[in-house]
Design a protein around this ligand. Structure first.
Ligand SMILES: *Cc1c(COP(=O)(O)O)cnc(C)c1O
Length: 386
C-alpha cells in the first residue's frame, strides 16, 4: 500500500534521539528550549512553547487568550476536530464559517458577513481559529483586518503549514495573528512522533502558555503571590496540565527542523508533477493563491463527478483496493454526531459539504517516488475512465 503520508527519518535523527537516551535528561532538560528557540527563529516569532501535541497547543492558546464560559470560538468546518474541540475544553461554544471554494480555507467574505450579524446579536467570537488547510495560508491580511475591526483574537492552526509562507514571511511570523500552532504528528511535515508548538510575539501570552503547559506552576518569584519560602519553592497560580514535550521528542524535532525547507521543496516538486500528470483527468487539482507558498501537507483532488460514471465513494474504495492509500481530509466537523447534537445541520455550510462530497487526498510525502506517483495517477485514470 502506498500511504497518503509518512515520516522521513534519517540516521542523524536516530543518533540525535539515542544521544538523549544516553544523557542526563529524558524530560525537562536542554533540548526542549533548544527546539523552541530553533523553531521560533526559523519562522520569525519571538516566543515558542513546545507541548506534547498540537491539540494541547490549541488548548493552552485558548486558555492564554482567556477563552471561557459564555465565549464563542469560530473556525472552519473543513478541519480536524481538534481545531474546534479546544473551545469546548475551555467551556466556550463553537460556531463555524464556510470555506472559500477555491482555497478550501475559511472564507473571509463569509466571515465578515457572519461578524456583522453576530455584532447585531451581541455574540461576537472571542477567538477565530484560521486553519491553513493542506498547508496553504488563509487570507491572513483580510482576517487580521476583521480581527481589529471586531475585536477578536486569531489563532493560526498551522498543523499543515510549517515551512510554508504567506506574503513572503514564514507561517508563524504572526504578522496578522496572536498565536500560531504547529503539529509534529508523523503524517505532518516534520515529526517528533507526537508533539506540537505554539509560537507568538506576545511575551505575556507566551508566559501564560508555559504556565498552562505544566500544572499552572511557576518558579519565577516575579509571578508569585507573596514571598518565596526558599530555594525549593514553587507556586501553583492557575489550573494547568501536564502537556510537556520530552527531550527525546525535542531532539528529533531539532534534527528534523534542519531539513524543513528540503521537505517542503520536495513536496512542491511532487505537487507540480501531480498538476501535470492529472491535467487530462476529470479532477480539480489544488488551486494556489499568489500570496501563498504552501507547506503542502496534503494534495487533495476534487472529482468532477458529472464526468465520471462511478460515485465518489466507489472511486475512493477502488483506489484503496488497488493499493493506493488515499484518505479524505476532512469530514466536516459540524456533521460529527457530537457537534450535530448541538444543533448544526449539514447544509449550514454548503461549500464545505460540496468539498466533502468530491475530495480525495492523494499520497503526498517526502519519500514518495516518481514511479509510485505515476502508479497513483495511472490507477486513478483507469478507475475514472472505467
Ligand atoms: C493534526 C492536526 C491537529 C492535531 O494535531 P496533533 O498534534 O495530532 O494533536 C490539529 N489541527 C489540524 C488541522 C491537524 O491537521
Amino acid at each position: 500500500m502506498i500511504p497518503y503520508g509518512r515520516q522521513e527519518i534519517s540516521e542523524e535523527d536516530i543518533e540525535a534521539v539515542v544521544a538523549v537516551l544516553r544523557s542526563d535528561f529524558l524530560t525537562q532538560g536542554p533540548m526542549v528550549p533548544r527546539f523552541e528557540q530553533a523553531l521560533a527563529s526559523k519562522v520569525g516569532a519571538s516566543h515558542a512553547v513546545a507541548v506534547n501535541s498540537a491539540t494541547s497547543a490549541l488548548h493552552i492558546a485558548c486558555l492564554a487568550l482567556e477563552l471561557g464560559q459564555g465565549d464563542w470560538l469560530w473556525t472552519s468546518p473543513v478541519t480536524f476536530v481538534a481545531s474546534a474541540n479546544c473551545a469546548l475544553y475551555c467551556g466556550a461554544q463553537v460556531d463555524f464559517v464556510d470555506i472559500d471554494p477555491r482555497t478550501y480555507n475559511l472564507c473571509p467574505v463569509a466571515l465578515e458577513r457572519k461578524l456583522v450579524e453576530a455584532e447585531q446579536q451581541g455574540r461576537l467570537p472571542k477567538v477565530v481559529v484560521a486553519v491553513h488547510l493542506c498547508g496553504q495560508s488563509c487570507d491572513m491580511q483580510a482576517i487580521g483586518a476583521l480581527a481589529k475591526r471586531f475585536g477578536f483574537a486569531v489563532i493560526e492552526d498551522a498543523s499543515h503549514a510549517i515551512g510554508g509562507r504567506y506574503q513572503g514571511d514564514y507561517v508563524g511570523s504572526g504578522r496578522f495573528s496572536d498565536i500560531t500552532i504547529f503539529s509534529f504528528h508523523p503524517v505532518k511535515i516534520i515529526t517528533t512522533a507526537e508533539g506540537g508548538m505554539a509560537v507568538t510575539n506576545n511575551a505575556t501570552l507566551a508566559a501564560r502558555m508555559a504556565l498552562y503547559r505544566s500544572h499552572g506552576i511557576t518558579r519565577d518569584p516575579a509571578m508569585m503571590v507573596g514571598e518565596s519560602d526558599g530555594p525549593w519553592y514553587y507556586q501553583q497560580i492557575e489550573l494547568g496540565f501536564n502537556y510537556r514535550m520530552t527531550e527525546l521528542q525535542a531532539a528529533l524535532g531539532v534534527s528534523q527542523l534542519a531539513r524543513l525547507d528540503d521537505f517542503v521543496a520536495r513536496r512542491h516538486a511532487l505537487a507540480r508533477r501531480y498538476d501535470q500528470l492529472l491535467a487530462a483527468l476529470p479532477v480539480t487539482c489544488p488551486w494556489q493563491h499568489a500570496d501563498s507558498y504552501s507547506g503542502l501537507h496534503l494534495y487533495p483532488v476534487r472529482l468532477q463527478l458529472e464526468k465520471i460514471t462511478l460515485s465518489h465513494r466507489e472511486v475512493f474504495e477502488q483506489l484503496r483496493e488497488r493499493g493506493i492509500g488515499v484518505n479524505l481530509h476532512y469530514i466536516p466537523v459540524h456533521t460529527q454526531p457530537y457537534y450535530a447534537a448541538m444543533g448544526f445541520s449539514a447544509e449550514d455550510f454548503p461549500q464545505s459539504m460540496a468539498y466533502y462530497r468530491e475530495a480525495i487526498s492523494l499520497p503526498m510525502y517526502h519519500t514518495l517516488s516518481e514511479a509510485q506517483q505515476d502508479e497513483v495517477v495511472a490507477t486513478l485514470a483507469e478507475i475514472c475512465h472505467g
